[in-house]
Design a protein around this ligand. Sequence first.
Ligand SMILES: [Zn+2]
Length: 99
Amino acid sequence: MRQHGKLEYGGHATPQRTCVGCRGRTAKSELLRLVRVEDHVVPDLQGRLPGRGASLHPTLSCLELAERRRAFPRAFRVPGPLDVSRVRAQLEGDHANVM
Ligand SMILES: [Zn+2]
């Protein structure tokens, strides 16, 4: 499956990711990267944490969609439920970044 992103300065295609909540494809830079730390999903604000990541629009509605669809255990390939309270706290404190 080939995706042709828009060209940016320097000729690099814009990386695209799929939101685990609404499944919309969006430029990576507009999505919040999430990683799993043990039983918690945490926001990777610096984009530097190692391991498998999941991408989410930084909105509570997409977080709730992802929870309802049990998208996090699937994205992180774990059998059990994951605690998203840190992601929720991050989004609730981030009203300046409403899309
Ligand atoms: Zn979304």
